[in-house]
Ligand binder design. Structure first.
Ligand code: CP
Ligand code: NVA
Length: 290
């Protein structure tokens, strides 16, 4: 059984083929019936707009049946164990996705599930977003090996997944964060504290929210104060150079991590990233469940 928890489960060759396949599926969304006769469960412990819609519509396009579950409506909320949920769902569905506020929950689920488990966002990882981001980079630049992606902001799940999955694709990933909200020293990304230094010569300038769903609300004010100088503005984009494009995984908070002019500017790729979630995830589901 193959799971997809951090993205590092894929080989570079598999990732490259997955991105080829995602482009084909974008050209012809109704061309694959890889999930005909199969159901896929998705458990949400946290809110979602893009992840839910892109997976749900994508599974239908593949001929499958999505079963969307909110954990607060499941027996989990009354103390049923993740082990038992994994064992029971495995008798009904071909795969299980989960968005959770605990990486341990996902580890427990994938340990007991007898079908593939895929991560739809956890406190430490958001790898399905990066599949769409790499597809969007390919659409913008063609060959992405050696291209530079500078992530500017909180050293969070997005930053970590960009470092891990970006490196698998041969992208040079830089992460610029304030020292108190930086990513751990990682083998696959170069860490910066100065955002202007990080974006110099970058092809993509990426940002994400300053306060994530799994963050303690009590830290929100401190995060906003520390992250203020890391906003992606026209000034920062100018430092990156004329060919650089801004990316955002969304949801955005214009006026915080990204200025309104950058978010709604002509070069912004966030809307393509959001669309590509569906195509890239369909390619992932074909690989894991097809
Ligand atoms: N980017 C992303 O995962 O969005 P949602 O939280 O709306 O699913
Ligand atoms: N870092 C954000 C990503 C949202 C898609 C969060 O975890 O809330």
């Amino acid at each position: 059984v193959r799971h997809f928890i951090t993205g590092a489960e894929l080989t570079p060759g598999e990732l490259s083929q997955l991105l080829d396949r995602a482009a084909q599926l974008k050209e012809a969304p109704a061309s694959s019936r890889a999930l005909a006769g199969k159901s896929v469960a998705m458990i949400f412990e946290k809110p979602s707009t893009r992840t839910r819609v892109s997976f749900e519509v994508g599974i239908v396009e593949l001929g499958g049946h999505p079963v969307v579950l909110r954990s607060d409506e499941m027996q989990i909320s009354r103390g049923e164990s993740i082990r038992d949920v994994a064992l029971v769902l495995s008798r009904h569905v071909a795969g299980i996705g989960m968005r959770t506020g605990s990486d341990d929950t996902l580890a427990e689920l994938s340990h007991w599930a007898q079908v593939p488990v895929f991560n739809m966002l956890s406190p430490s990882h958001h790898p399905v977003q990066v599949l769409a981001d790499l597809q969007t980079m390919r659409e913008t630049f063609g060959d992405i090996r050696g291209r530079v992606l500078a992530y500017v902001g909180d050293g969070n799940n997005m930053a970590r997944s960009l470092a891990i999955v970006g490196a698998l694709a041969g992208v040079e990933v830089r992460i610029a964060s304030p020292p108190e909200f930086t990513l751990e020293e990682s083998a696959s990304a170069t860490l910066f504290t100065d955002p202007f230094e990080a974006v110099r010569g970058a092809d993509v300038v990426y940002t994400d929210v300053w306060v994530s769903m799994s963050d303690d609300a009590a830290t929100a004010a401190a995060r906003r104060a520390a992250l203020g100088p890391y906003a992606v503005t026209d000034e920062l984009m100018a430092a990156a150079g004329p060919g650089a494009v801004p990316f955002h995984c969304l949801p955005a908070h214009p006026g915080e991590e990204v200025s309104e002019s950058v978010l709604y500017g002509e070069r912004q790729r966030a809307w393509d990233q959001a669309e590509n979630r569906r195509h890239a995830q369909k390619a992932l589901l074909e690989l894991l469940l097809g």
